[in-house]
Ligand binder design. Structure first.
Ligand code: SF4
Length: 87
């Protein structure tokens, strides 16, 4: 599963992300984007888990963001465990 964060300080507020993935990105009254999780808008700088069916849209939004302020990463819980180093 992916997780996503918006760096509000860099956001230029063009609304592109909210058009591509409105379930995950919303524009705040202050004119910048925030992420949502389970329909709840999270505070600035917060990280939201992205439901599998929205992953492609979130990746597209990150690619299209003109300010490159959308960070997408693999959520820790879904990361593939690393093999243990030999002793
Ligand atoms: S696409 Fe990027 S710059 Fe535009 S509103 Fe979304 S986060 Fe902000």
């Amino acid at each position: 599963m992916l997780e996503v964060t918006v760096r509000q300080r860099q956001c230029v507020g063009n609304g592109c992300c909210a058009e591509i993935a409105p379930e995950v990105f919303v524009m705040g009254d202050d004119g910048v984007a925030y992420v949502c999780e389970d329909g709840r808008v999270l505070p600035g700088g917060a990280t939201a888990l992205v439901p599998e069916h929205l992953a492609d849209n979130v990746l597209e939004a990150a690619e299209e963001c003109p300010a490159e302020c959308i960070r997408v990463a693999l959520a820790a819980a879904s990361a593939v465990p690393r093999a243990r180093a030999p002793a």
